[in-house]
Design a protein around this ligand. Sequence first.
Ligand SMILES: Cc1cn([C@H]2C[C@H](O)[C@@H](COP(=O)(O)OP(=O)(O)OP(=O)(O)O)O2)c(=O)[nH]c1=O
Length: 198
Amino acid sequence: MSSIILASASPRRSELLQQIGVSFTVQPADVDETPLKDERPEHYVERLAREKALAVAAIHPDAMVLGSDTSVVLDGCVLGKPRDRADARRMLSELSGRSHQVMTAVALAHQSECRSLVVTTDVEFRVLSDGEMDAYTATAEPMDKAGGYGIQGHGGIFVRELRGSYSAVVGLPLQETASLLEQAGYPVWTHWPISLEN
Ligand SMILES: Cc1cn([C@H]2C[C@H](O)[C@@H](COP(=O)(O)OP(=O)(O)OP(=O)(O)O)O2)c(=O)[nH]c1=O
């Protein structure tokens, strides 16, 4: 059985992968996240997920390596992680009262193959007040997150509606990740512990 490596520094991705009972180690990949000229957002996130998985697979050719990337997309433009608080505040005001897409790609590199997919989720924000945007950007929460918010944290109060995958917005689409692992010969459910209590 190949070992599984999560090529990610994201604590959210680790928590999500643990949630579905996968045993894995973490080895973040250091890739250049600059978009290519005229690159479409769905191509951008998929390329980065693949590059992250392949960078770590090059060092561990026998492992199954998962890479992922999440971007917030507003009017076809990618909002990455904010540079600073002012940038986070600007992103929130752009997202206020509108719908955007969260695109998360996941790639699984295994035995010189790399399979990948993109999950797009529509998220609608209610109108945010100046006071709450100021208060939110004064916290540490927006800074390491695409679009400057975390749906799983305080930012959850901004979300009026979500159509798609909640886990993909947080950073790793669970159903699709399990499906990639199953195709590679690791059905996650065969590793769930049996409880002897009823
Ligand atoms: C929209 C949104 C994003 N995020 C996070 C998920 C990702 O960690 C981050 C997007 O940045 P990414 O570049 O996708 O990932 P990362 O730099 O955190 O980790 P790595 O590249 O090593 O895998 O934003 C949330 O936690 N909640 C949210 O609601």
